[in-house]
Ligand binder design. Structure first.
Ligand SMILES: Nc1ncnc2c1ncn2[C@@H]1O[C@H](COP(=O)(O)OP(=O)(O)OP(=O)(O)O)[C@@H](O)[C@H]1O
Ligand SMILES: [Mg+2]
Length: 411
């Protein structure tokens, strides 16, 4: 498998060119906004409908009122397991009289491009026919037509979300952070998924072989060859994306901290002073050298599956692990906002942001800065809070809703 041929210079030039464009010239970007959301039989909602036009949609109310449930419903307008990674049956409205209903979420989406507007209806929910037979499968519809694959949503809508669970990202093990980063990279460069698939397969097979037939040198060599080729491609993708993130965050933010993202690992450290070819050769050697040790330990010592992804909070020169709660929140928001900016340049279309408790832990200046950053990105943002007041810096651009007793009312 060859090292990916993405031309780093071209990509940097493209990004630089895009970032320097005057806002008026950014008309090339298609702006996407949801204007209506309907939920039925979705968790605490029997039926609820919200309409709005604004770039911010703010949901406030007491604990357990149903704010996050609305963000979760929107997260089903994308492939995957949703914002809570909940099982489909848990979403079915419980505690209601009468027979259970299949849940559904329907949205009207408005696309503005070069002064022209079009709209589309995107919906998702449990397949009603299978539901009658006692089976649960999530399906999607676009403009009333069933879609064959939930991935088709990606052609019409992109979503980024942050939940309080993710606030712990920089306190988690490196594996959790790596996965978070790799998901962003695969969004950025979907073709790169094959490198991860090849690498993980070869990694598993090598370990199995080390435990069962560790003298099979030929087979081990073949698997290690696959690991090195796909592993070097992963390193390349990660380094390229992380450098784009750092560069874009440096150019993008004023009040928000300019973040430096770093990759730490044996191979990455060597790439600072040695060429790809040299590091590739060392990777081969290391795999061969550590066969015995890996077999005993039951884990592979070297490779991109050991990399640590770190964020440096540049205003203080400290890594995320040493940052305060609010500083970590800023780091995470900076990371997601930067990824969203890159994606909107790449796709020529703005994504949508779902920020559950998005302003918590931020002081007033930073809440204001977050609002300004989101507005400058041109994205529509859905945010929740138990305290409406935290949204005051962005009230003038917002549709405000109060969530109470399983109902949502516009304020
Ligand atoms: N399947 C279900 N059927 C009915 N109600 C449900 C279901 N699942 C969850 N709920 C209700 O939803 C509530 C949680 O809603 P949600 O997480 O949206 O609250 P929230 O407003 O975000 O609260 P917080 O401020 O604490 O984050 C639960 O307390 C429960 O009452
Ligand atoms: Mg919540």
């Amino acid at each position: 498998m060859p090292i990916p041929t993405v031309n780093q210079q071209d990509q940097k030039a493209y990004i630089q060119e895009s970032s320097q464009k005057h806002p008026q010239e950014q008309l090339e970007i298609e702006f996407v906004r949801i204007t209506k959301v309907s939920l039925s039989a979705f968790r605490n909602y029997t039926y609820e409908q919200l309409t709005f036009q604004e770039p911010f949609v703010l949901l406030s109310g007491c604990n357990g009122a149903g704010k996050t449930n609305i963000l979760e419903a929107l997260s089903y307008l994308a492939p995957g397991k949703g914002l809570r990674r909940a099982s489909l049956s848990h979403i079915i409205q419980a505690g209601k009289e009468g027979p259970q209903q299949p849940w559904a979420v329907t949205t009207s989406v408005l696309y503005s491009h070069k002064g022209k507007e079009t709209d589309r209806i995107l919906s998702s929910g449990l397949d009603p026919h299978l539901f009658l037979k006692g089976k649960e499968k999530r399906v999607g519809r676009i403009d009333g037509e069933d879609i064959k694959n939930l991935n088709d949503f990606e052609q019409h809508l992109s979503l980024f979300w942050l939940t309080p669970d993710i606030d712990r990202l920089f306190k988690e093990s490196p594996g959790v952070r790596r996965k978070f980063l790799d998901k962003l990279i695969m969004r950025w460069e979907p073709a790169a998924q094959q490198y991860w698939q090849t690498y993980e397969n070869a990694l598993r097979q090598r370990m199995f072989l080390l435990k069962t037939r560790k003298d099979d040198d030929v087979w081990l060599y073949q698997l290690e060859k696959l690991m090195v080729e796909s592993g070097m491609a992963i390193l390349h993708e990660r380094m390229q994306y992380v450098s784009l993130l750092s560069q874009t965050s440096q150019e993008q933010f004023e009040i928000f901290p300019k973040i430096e993202f770093h990759l730490k690992g044996m191979l990455e450290d060597m790439l600072v002073s040695q060429s790809y070819i040299q590091v590739e050769a060392i990777f081969y050697e290391k795999l061969k050298e550590t066969r015995e040790k890996d077999a005993i330990q039951g884990m592979t010592t070297v490779g991109p599956h050991t990399t640590n992804f770190q964020a440096l909070y540049t205003p203080k020169g400290i890594y995320a692990e040493q940052c305060s709660t609010g500083e970590v929140k800023m780091l995470l928001l900076a990371l997601v906002l930067t990824a969203a900016r890159l994606e909107s340049w790449r796709q020529g279309r703005t994504p949508l942001m779902l920020l559950d408790e998005g302003m918590s832990h931020l002081d007033k200046t930073r809440r204001q800065a977050l609002g300004e950053e989101l507005l400058s990105l041109g994205v529509q943002t859905f945010m929740t809070s138990t305290d409406e007041e935290v949204f005051s810096p962005i009230f003038s651009h917002a549709a405000r809703f109060c969530v109470k007793e399983n109902r949502v009312k516009r304020i």
